[in-house]
Structure formats: structure tokens, C-alpha cells
Design a protein around this ligand. Structure first.
Ligand code: PEP
Length: 246
């Protein structure tokens, strides 16, 4: 299908300048494996320093504001993040949906703001454990994706990350069959909105306790085009087998 695998670390609220050698080591791993696109979405405080570190990994942000500027104390615009050296940003991570009450409409607006500033975007979706247990998670997450999808969504600037909330940071992952069914459903939902060609080109990542043990099996699934990786991206030693598996 020709989709280049995309493996992105999400450092969340972890990392000081003392961790820049890890960024450099991960950049070196990425440079050794150019067949895979590798990136690190870092705390905003590290973006500028990390983007000056040599290596093959892009530097991204974890969120951006939907507005260009204004009275939004503590927030960062997409242009600020781009100027600092970010080339990608995550939007709609479940931790922000939960902790900051971000809605699907907010997330679509953030994605558009990011694009306008020249950032590429990883848009996260995923179900709670209650939804998974109740059945029909594919329908719920497909609806969430379509509600969060920005105007003009296209594979050259947008990737999707399917992250079951109950799998994030827990060490639990869905069955391979469940991941396969979800990614297939999400691609079909994308096709219904943006057409089959664009949907087939768009990368859909899996995220949620991906690590060196399970990455190869997860990324061998047909519609899994890489990973969004939290805990296992914090050191080059942990991230190396994930990058190697892609
Ligand atoms: C994430 O932060 O997006 C994530 C998937 O975390 P973890 O890999 O630690 O579950």
C-alpha cells in the first residue's frame, strides 16, 4: 500500500535538558532506519533545544491552542511551536480530552490551526473501557474520528492515532483481532468522508502500551501504520526495539 511507517514517542510531562542525550540517541536510531519516519513529541520546554540536536527524528509538540494569539494565559499557539522547531503536533490525546475537557470540535479547530502554521498533525481517538466492554467500540470511535476530523483532512499533513484509553500506560493491549477490526473501521470511516484514495494513503497509528515486546505483532497488522508510544519512548534503549519493529 506504500504507507511509510510512522513511529512517534509522546514524552507527556517528562523530560528536562538532562534528557537531551536520549533525544540525540533516538535521533541516531532514526537516522539508521530511514525507511521509518520517527519523531518525538516533547514537552514544549524542550522543543527548541531538541530541534537543534542532530539526528533523524522530527521534533513535535503534544498540543497547540486553536487560536493564533490572544488572552490565553499559559497556552501556546501552533506558530509558536513551529517557530521553536516543532514540525508536528499531537491533538486530541485522551489525557487532554479528559483533563482539559477538550471536545471533538476543539480538536478539529486545533488541527486546522496547526496546519495553518505548517505543522503536521497526529489526531488521537479511542474508547473507554466501558465502551469496549459494552461492545460496538468501532462505531463509537469512528463517530469520534469523524467529529474530530478537520476540514481538508489529507494524508500529507494528518495521521490518526487509535489509542484505547484503557490501554494507555496500563500494560494492557487489545487483542490483535480487536486492533485489526478498529483500524479497518477507522479507515472505512475516513473513506466515507475524504474518499478511498486519501483514506488509503493516511497513516493510522496504534497507541497504548506499545513496547519492544508487542510492537512487531501490532505493526504487522495490515491497517496499522506505526505507533504512538508513551512510556517505551522515554529512553533510546526502550524505544530502539519499537523502531526496529516498524
Ligand atoms: C500515549 O501517551 O499516547 C501512550 C500510548 O502511552 P503508553 O505507550 O505509555 O501507553
Amino acid at each position: 500500500m506504500g504507507r511509510r511507517k510512522l513511529v512517534v514517542g509522546n514524552w507527556k510531562m517528562n523530560g528536562l535538558r538532562a534528557q537531551l542525550p536520549e533525544v540525540e540517541a533516538i535521533g541516531a536510531l532514526a537516522a539508521e532506519r530511514p525507511v521509518v519516519e520517527v519523531g518525538l513529541c516533547l514537552p514544549a520546554t524542550l522543543i527548541m533545544a531538541a530541534s537543534q540536536v542532530k539526528g533523524g527524528a522530527f521534533v513535535g509538540a503534544q498540543d497547540c491552542h486553536m487560536k493564533d494569539n490572544g488572552a490565553h494565559t499559559g497556552c501556546l499557539s501552533a506558530a509558536m511551536l513551529a517557530e521553536a522547531g516543532a514540525s508536528w503536533t499531537i491533538v486530541g490525546h485522551s489525557e487532554r480530552r479528559q483533563d482539559q475537557g477538550e471536545t471533538d470540535a476543539d480538536i478539529a479547530a486545533k488541527a486546522l490551526a496547526a496546519r495553518a502554521a505548517g505543522l503536521k498533525v497526529i489526531l488521537c481517538v479511542g474508547e473507554s473501557l466501558d465502551v469496549r466492554d459494552a461492545g460496538g467500540a468501532e462505531d463509537v470511535v469512528s463517530a469520534q474520528l469523524l467529529a474530530s476530523l478537520p476540514e481538508g483532512a489529507a494524508a500529507d499533513w494528518l495521521a490518526i492515532a487509535y489509542e484505547p484509553i484503557w490501554a494507555i500506560g496500563t500494560g494492557r493491549i487489545p487483542t490483535m483481532e480487536a486492533v485489526e477490526a478498529m483500524h479497518k473501521a477507522l479507515r472505512a470511516a475516513l473513506a466515507s468522508r475524504i474518499g478511498a484514495g486519501e483514506a488509503n494513503a493516511m497513516r493510522i497509528l496504534y497507541g497504548g502500551s506499545m513496547n519492544g515486546e508487542n510492537a512487531a505483532e501490532l505493526m504487522a497488522i495490515e491497517d496499522v501504520d506505526g505507533g504512538l508510544v508513551g512510556g517505551a519512548s522515554l529512553t533510546a534503549t526502550k524505544f530502539a526495539p519499537v523502531i526496529a519493529a516498524a
